[in-house]
Design a protein around this ligand. Structure first.
Ligand SMILES: *[C@@H]1O[C@H](CO)[C@@H](O)[C@H](O)[C@H]1NC(C)=O
Ligand SMILES: *[C@@H]1O[C@H](CO)[C@@H](O)[C@H](O)[C@H]1NC(C)=O
Ligand SMILES: *[C@@H]1O[C@H](CO)[C@@H](O)[C@H](O)[C@H]1NC(C)=O
Ligand SMILES: *[C@@H]1O[C@H](CO)[C@@H](O)[C@H](O)[C@H]1NC(C)=O
Ligand SMILES: *[C@@H]1O[C@H](CO)[C@@H](O)[C@H](O)[C@H]1NC(C)=O
Ligand SMILES: *[C@@H]1O[C@H](CO)[C@@H](O)[C@H](O)[C@H]1NC(C)=O
Ligand SMILES: *[C@@H]1O[C@H](CO)[C@@H](O)[C@H](O)[C@H]1NC(C)=O
Length: 403
């Protein structure tokens, strides 16, 4: 008789207070390099009680399991997932589940443990910790046509086997795709460190302006949750642009040309200026710079011509041409009219044989007198509110006034 009573008391205690949840963490112990992003997950068997809340806690003291130094990290729900961004230091993490016997019950049970997740954060990359290192290379400016090697190493915990490892470019709402499988990069991307599992060095050849983007290295392993992406590498590809303070030569004037890149190329840059048939005319000094100037001071008619620039070491990539015209070769045509009501539109045409070309709208029109487009006759059409009138035909070179 006595033994039956003892047994039922035991059963009562068991259902009311001692039904502990066992929370297991994945991973239970892991390490990652500073600044990276890690996802911790946990799981527990179905509870017969009502689930009220789930919280993640962080223990700031790694030596004490007491409540001191414990922070609520999230009021996550049942799914038990914690994403940690920009890791700075080592901590224990713990999930606590609150349950109650009845849905609206005032009293709740807090279930945790028995274990905790042990996350160690290391300052520099280690082969046995999650992490990717690109050395010091994270912002890169390159001239179009260049080949770029991004040094890269990565680590993963012991016991994991790498399943996939590839470079991708950040796209909104798209899963990471291996660059080698993207049409734009076909045949231009090579993984150099293939014979060392911790070496993710990549080479991208023949960079174009539209390769300017944010790139990442990513890998997955054979274990659940085994996935990691390195931080961004920003690539900016630039061309060379030439601008001029004036595009005509007026004898004795001061013309300044400037050759520039959109970003600062690595190291010291030497700009080379070319004229006409790619004859080098000036080389800038070697220094870190995004632009170089060419002063034609004073400019003479012999300076007229086409100018280009390039960068030493990559002379095959040149800027587009900028043309400095000799003013003596420029003819300005002016259309004059004394119409009443006044003229509101002047239009210039060129008649060459049977072809008539519309040159432009405006009272004046500038013609480069030694260009191939010089032949034929020029005329203007003046329009007012009443009608229109065609000027006489002009042939060049001439003083250029049509009435
Ligand atoms: C937590 O992980 C670190 C690094 O792996 C280890 O040195 C330490 O002993 C672990 N702590 C516990 C309590 O397991
Ligand atoms: C990775 O591989 C490349 C190409 O073989 C090599 O140049 C580089 O030194 C390697 N990096 C490391 C960290 O071993
Ligand atoms: C990128 O630019 C190259 C030429 O510079 C062009 O051939 C290619 O189609 C462009 N790709 C995209 C995706 O715009
Ligand atoms: C010509 O322009 C350059 C650069 O703007 C200036 O340094 C120089 O003094 C100018 N020379 C004259 C004669 O104006
Ligand atoms: C770049 O030029 C500066 C002087 O303009 C010089 O002190 C420095 O050593 C140069 N650096 C390289 C990598 O050539
Ligand atoms: C008219 O223009 C066409 C095409 O631009 C050219 O082939 C043809 O020779 C021109 N005719 C004359 C008479 O210049
Ligand atoms: C126009 O004349 C200048 C010299 O005055 C010469 O350098 C240039 O090549 C000529 N352009 C053409 C298209 O003939």
């Amino acid at each position: 008789m006595l033994s039956v009573i003892t047994l039922s008391c035991f059963l009562l205690l068991y259902t009311v207070g001692l039904q502990a949840l066992t929370i297991t963490y994945n991973p239970e112990e892991t390490c990652a390099v500073k600044g990276s992003t890690i996802v911790l997950t946990c799981s527990y068997p179905p509870t017969r009680q009502y689930f009220r809340r789930g919280h993640w806690y962080r223990h700031d003291s790694r030596t004490s399991a007491s409540d001191a130094g414990r922070f609520v990290l999230s009021s996550a729900s049942k799914d038990c997932i914690l994403k940690l961004d920009g890791l700075t230091s080592s901590h224990f993490y713990e999930h606590r589940v609150e349950t109650s016997y009845y849905p609206m019950s005032m009293s709740t049970n807090v279930e945790t443990g028995p274990g905790r997740a042990n996350l160690t954060v290391v300052d520099t990359l280690r082969k046995d910790c999650w992490g990717v290192s690109y050395g010091s290379v994270t912002d890169i400016c390159l001239l179009e046509g260049s080949t770029l090697d991004i040094p890269c190493s990565y680590g993963f915990p012991r016991g994991h086997t790498v399943a996939t490892a590839f470079w991708y470019r950040r796209e909104k709402k798209k899963d990471p795709t291996d660059l080698r499988d993207i049409e734009q990069y076909k045949g231009r991307v090579e993984y150099l460190g293939a014979d060392d599992i911790h070496n993710c060095t990549v080479r991208i050849r023949d960079l174009g302006l539209n390769d300017s983007w944010q790139y990442h290295f990513r890998y997955t392993t054979d274990k659940p949750g085994g996935a990691f992406s390195g931080g961004p590498v920003n690539i900016l590809v630039t061309d060379l642009q030439v601008s001029m303070s004036s595009d005509t030569v007026t004898e004795g004037d001061n013309v300044t040309m400037s050759c520039s890149t959109r970003c600062k190329l690595k190291g010291n840059t030497t700009f080379i200026w070319y004229k006409d048939n790619m004859t080098p005319i000036k080389t800038s000094s070697r220094h870190p710079s995004t632009s170089s100037s060419l002063h034609l001071d004073p400019v003479s008619s012999e300076d007229a011509g086409q100018y280009y620039c390039a960068i030493e070491g990559q002379e095959d990539v040149t800027s587009s041409a900028a043309t400095l015209h000799n003013e003596n070769n420029m003819v300005t045509l002016t259309c004059i009219s004394d119409a009443n009501p006044p003229v509101h539109t002047y239009t210039w045409y060129r008649k060459d044989g049977g072809n008539i070309t519309l040159l432009g709208v405006g009272q004046t029109h500038v013609v480069v007198s030694n260009s191939s487009e010089i032949s034929g006759f020029y005329y203007c059409v003046a329009q007012n509110d009443i009608g229109w009138k065609i000027s006489e035909l002009l042939s060049l070179p001439t003083s250029g006034k049509a009435s």
